[in-house]
Design a protein around this ligand. Sequence first.
Ligand SMILES: [Zn+2]
Ligand SMILES: [Zn+2]
Length: 344
Amino acid sequence: VSGETSCVATLVAPRTIELREEPIPQAGDGGIVVRVRAALTDGTDLKAYRRGHPKMPMPTRFGHEFSGDVAAVGSGVRSFSVGEAVMCAHTAPCGICFWCSIEQEELCERLMPEMLLGAYSDYIAVPARVVQRNCFSKPAHVTYPQGAFLEPLSCVVHSVSLLAARPGSQVAVLGNGAFGILHALLLAREGMRPLVIGRRASRAAFARSLGLDAIEADATQARDAIDERTDGRGADAVVECTGNGEVWERAADLTRRGGTISFFGGLPSGARVSFAAARLHYDEVRLISPFHFTPRDVRRAFELIAAQAFPLEHLISDRYRLADVSAAFAHLDAGAGMKVLIEP
Ligand SMILES: [Zn+2]
Ligand SMILES: [Zn+2]
């Protein structure tokens, strides 16, 4: 691959993406270089596009959900070979820090500083740690776009495992974007009864087209629908997937006594929320806040994708060429689209 270049979408200022021609990256020791075939957009990418990201000072490459073909392997790589199709997460834990040692690898000290960015490129270098722990050979029956769901689905697997809801539980999922829909699909598969709640009518209709129970409502209007499904008790669990502080607080009004609220959608740093202490204590409402994923979650996500458990390609609202990545983000910035596929 020497002598060619890689087109790299580079965020140079808020709402400004430059396509830069760079040398094709080299594979580090134990690492691989992947020719990207499919990359997806995520809320984090849109946030970085709109206002920058503290962990991604500009100019920065971006995009973190991808699949592709191995273009080069570094020394010592035996698990993958050139030409093989792969799907990867963009982080992997170190295995030796305190959090790794107590099986909270989602909080590993090395995770965020070493995360892999640049999926909106022709080529991306995947470091040894990710190759060893969070990279999988893509089965032939899985498409590249499906394979690119490995990372977002890993987040959802982690969230649902932390929730540990009993089978049959009525779970209110707040937000009908891609993460709300993925939560509902996985909860339903695991025997729970999800209700997807979101304001946008088109997305509620989309959720129903996937066979999900969904209503067009915001969190303040949802209590009646939940009461109808729970003899007035409230939801056994509420999963917040909007990343909106007001919705975080309203989640407490939708939960039954002894129920659980899971805050999946992160808030900007510095944000604060408040809850009625009596509600939390005397009604024993449990709060959890799942973040990121562990290698176990990634493996489970891989197995779900390989089993074609979910109609993932239906979540892709639009497809763009890498050359048109600016148009893709302008589209998302305008509030349109769900998951957008970027193809080099
Ligand atoms: Zn660690
Ligand atoms: Zn993501």
